[in-house]
Every structure is written in structure tokens, then in C-alpha cells.
Design a binder for this molecule. Structure first.
Ligand code: PLP
Length: 450
């Protein structure tokens, strides 16, 4: 029984479930496009909340310039570059056997400072917001002061009286741990079995307490939440429910908007922007998509990508069951090399709030992810982790269903042909070389066999 009904009832109502359960790569676009005029998702957050988060990050820029000199070049703002991918676009056209009109671009969150993944947006933002509140309340900081005072022995001694905890498959823990430890917090990271050893080693080298679990992400989060709930001095970063994480991710869009304008890339009704976002629990892609809708309105099309072994958001939204079900309920094992996306149960908050604003969802096999890591390295000299290339096949998934897609979204063929397709590459610059060589070797084996 799943949510009160036998499996057969669910598969009869939703035939797509058979494909998910067979671990076949699949694509699902929602039946009709909901115009933005109908409301910004079903969420109690607004443009003012994103602006507030953006202003807070700007206040911390003075702190980052001192505490993390690698952010000096970007004036203390943590941001990643964009670039076109012409060579890879040509390779994908031949790999997937179809012409791919439009221009393929990449957003390199893989190269964000401090933690080398998209989690450097939401995760770091939530730690900063918490630190700012504590420091202001204690009189350690005045609102108009230069925030670099927070990088001092006195500030660290103050923050060391407080704890931060988080459950993670790796990258969120890395971001929260490195940021929290630098400010002086006592940080505990509850790591699921998927977490890579090098991330645990790095955190421990920075004085972070790492708890390891033999189970998946949901259990690690539940354990962290339970332990933190008994400790009033502990702030639990709740990846499944946090609006602060969500807003930290959302700030990405205004930055992207400026970058595209600088690069001379137009985005409007006649020049649509397709964005392909790797999805784990949903906060990262959900928050970015929320910001994108604020920045670009109906001109942006957001599509989520998941591993065939962890399609939790597709499953939750498609069935309307959201966080009431896990992929394991349907016999899907949640075991994937895409450790950043190894989540069996989606955030109910993100799925419910954002489902009307997301065009569709697709799944990618682990073999294909490895092949794409190799192709990205070979043709664009970019080293990404398996999770981070999940957005790469997106352009071909839309193209494969082009006519239906244009019909459902009221997009003209001419506008579609002028589209920009942006792969949101979510992590990889900090992967140790030996680990990267193993991903590449696996990718080479897959490509030889195909
Ligand atoms: C966490 C993560 C994602 C997805 O973010 P969620 O908030 O879990 O959906 C994507 N890619 C990488 C590399 C990640 O670490």
C-alpha cells in the first residue's frame, strides 16, 4: 500500500510510473503552461524577500573580502561565470541524433567560491543570516557597521557559544560546515551514506563534527533535526523546509540577468530562456527557479533534472503526493553516482509551492551522467561532478517533443529557434583529482560501449 492505495491503482492512474520504476530515462512536461500573471507560485514569499536576501549578501561582502581573499576579485560577492558551449552543443546534436536549434550556455555554479557547488548560495546565506541576527542582538555588530568585524577573535569567541547542525548528502554539509566553522560556530554535519569521503575529511580538517549514517539523506536529516531540537543553542538548517535556503538560491537570478545582458544575450517573449536545473530535495532548483520567474517572467522556462534512481520530485509532483511518498515506496533504490541528487523524498514545501511554475521534469541514467562528465571535459575543458551535468540533456529533451512543447506553452517556432538554453552546472570544481579521474574513466567506458 502506498499512501492508502495499492501500487496497481497508482500505476493505472499514472502510467509514467511504470517507466520510472523500470529506471528508464523519461521526460514529462506538464499539460499546460501556467502564466505568471496567475501568481508567483503558491508561496508566501515575494520579490521583497529576495531583495532582502540580496541586500544581506551585499552587507557581508566586506566580510568575505577579508575572510576569503579568493572573493576579492568579485568584490566579496560569491558568484559564478556563464559561458557558451558551442563545441558541446554540436556533440550533443550528434549524440542524441537531432538538430539542436538555439544557443547552449552553462552557468558554472561548479566554480562558486568557498564550497564549489550551488550550496554556496543557499547554505552560506542561511549561516550568514543566523550569524547576523545573533551578532546584532548581542550588540557585537551595528547595522551600519563594516561586517569585516565579524572576522575577528572576539566574534569567533562569541559564535563559538552557538551550534549549527545540518543533514546532507555532502555539498550542503560542506557549505554550512566551512562557512560556520570560519565564523566560529560549532558545526555538526549529519552525512548520508552517499557523502564522498573527501568531503568528510575536508570538514573534519576544519574542525567540523561529522556524523556518518549508513542510510540515505532523509534519515540523516531526521537524525540531525531530532538532535538539534533538544538544544536551544543549536540552529538546524532544514534542507526540506527552509525558506532562508530557498531565498539564498533565488538571488542567483538577478545576477544571471546582469550577466546575460552584459554578454549581449536577450531574454524576452521573442527570445525565451530555457534553464535546466539538477534537482535533489528541490530547494536549490526551486529557489533559483523562483528568482528566475521574478527576473524574467514568462520568458523563462524552468525544467528539473533528476537521476533515474532518484526521481523524487518528478514522482511527488506527477502523482500529487509530494513528500507523502518516497522513491523507495515504488521500489526505486535511490542509489546513484550523482550524490548531490541522491534524495528519495522531495521537499513538500518546494513541490507544492513551485509546481505551477515548472515546465517539466526528466530523468538521466548514471551511465549518461558519466558520459556527459567526460564529454564536457573533452570538448569544453570543464570538470564537473555527475550531479552537475544532469541539466545537459535538457535541450535535447525539449527538442524531442518540440511540437507538443510549443503547443502547451504558446511559444512560436521562430521564438523557440532563437532560444538560449542554460545548463545549470551545480558542482565539481573542488572534486579531488583522483576522484575526477575515476568519473572520467567511467565516462570513457560508457562511451566506448555505446
Ligand atoms: C544539492 C545539489 C543539487 C540540488 O539541490 P537540491 O536543493 O538538493 O535540490 C544539485 N547539484 C548538486 C551538485 C548539489 O550538491
Amino acid at each position: 500500500m502506498i499512501a492508502g492505495q495499492p501500487l496497481a491503482t497508482w500505476t493505472r492512474r499514472f502510467p509514467l510510473l511504470e517507466e520510472l520504476m523500470a529506471l528508464r530515462e523519461t521526460t514529462w512536461f506538464t499539460a499546460i503552461r501556467a502564466p505568471l500573471a496567475d501568481g508567483l507560485g503558491d508561496l508566501a514569499l515575494s520579490a521583497a524577500d529576495v531583495a532582502d536576501a540580496s541586500a544581506r549578501l551585499a552587507r557581508f561582502a566586506a566580510y568575505f573580502r577579508v575572510a576569503f581573499p579568493e572573493t576579492l576579485a568579485s568584490h566579496g560577492i560569491l558568484e559564478s561565470p556563464i559561458q557558451p558551449l558551442p563545441a558541446l552543443q554540436a556533440v550533443l546534436a550528434s549524440r542524441y541524433g537531432q538538430a539542436l536549434p538555439g544557443a547552449l550556455w552553462i552557468k558554472q555554479d561548479s566554480h562558486l567560491p568557498i564550497s564549489g557547488s550551488i550550496k554556496a548560495r543557499g547554505g552560506i546565506y542561511e549561516v550568514l543570516k543566523h550569524a547576523e541576527r545573533l551578532a546584532l542582538e548581542a550588540g557585537l555588530l551595528r547595522p551600519d557597521q563594516d561586517y569585516s568585524v565579524l572576522d575577528s577573535p572576539q566574534a569567533r569567541a562569541f559564535f563559538s557559544r552557538y551550534r549549527i547542525a545540518v543533514g546532507s548528502t555532502g555539498n550542503l554539509g560542506l557549505s554550512i560546515g566551512l562557512m560556520g566553522a570560519r565564523l566560529g560556530f560549532q558545526v555538526t554535519v549529519h552525512m548520508s551514506a552517499d557523502a564522498r569521503q573527501w568531503k568528510k575529511d575536508k570538514l573534519r580538517a576544519h574542525g567540523v563534527n561529522v556524523m556518518e549514517y549508513q542510510s540515505d539523506y532523509s534519515i540523516a536529516v531526521a537524525q540531525g533535526r531530532r538532535q538539534a531540537s533538544t538544544d536551544p543553542a543549536c540552529h538546524f538548517v532544514d534542507d526540506e523546509n527552509s525558506t532562508d535556503l530557498f531565498l539564498g538560491y533565488a538571488v542567483a537570478a538577478e545576477r544571471l540577468s546582469r550577466q546575460l545582458a552584459q554578454a549581449g544575450v536577450r531574454v524576452d517573449a521573442e527570445h525565451p530562456l530555457f534553464v535546466y536545473l539538477p534537482c535533489g530535495v528541490g530547494g536549490g532548483p526551486g529557489g533559483v527557479a523562483f528568482g528566475l520567474k521574478l527576473a524574467f517572467g514568462d520568458a523563462v522556462h524552468c525544467i528539473f533534472a533528476e537521476p533515474t534512481h532518484s526521481p523524487c520530485m518528478l514522482l511527488g509532483v506527477h502523482t500529487g503526493l509530494h513528500d507523502e511518498v518516497s522513491v523507495q515506496d515504488f521500489g526505486i533504490d535511490n542509489l546513484t553516482a550523482a550524490d548531490g541528487l541522491a534524495v528519495g523524498r522531495a521537499s513538500g514545501f518546494v513541490g507544492r509551492a513551485m509546481q505551477r511554475l515548472i515546465e517539466g521534469y526528466y530523468t538521466v541514467s548514471d551511465d549518461e551522467l558519466h558520459a556527459l562528465v567526460w564529454l564536457m571535459a573533452k570538448h569544453q575543458q570543464l570538470h564537473l561532478e555527475p550531479s552537475a551535468v544532469a541539466g545537459v540533456p535538457g535541450i535535447a529533451r525539449v527538442q524531442a517533443q518540440r511540437d507538443q512543447y510549443l503547443q502547451r506553452s504558446g511559444l512560436s517556432a521562430a521564438a523557440y529557434a532563437r532560444a538560449t538554453h542554460l545548463v545549470w552546472a551545480t558542482g565539481g570544481s573542488m572534486v579531488p583529482d583522483t576522484e575526477m579521474q575515476a568519473y572520467l574513466a567511467q565516462g570513457a567506458r560508457v562511451l566506448q560501449g555505446s
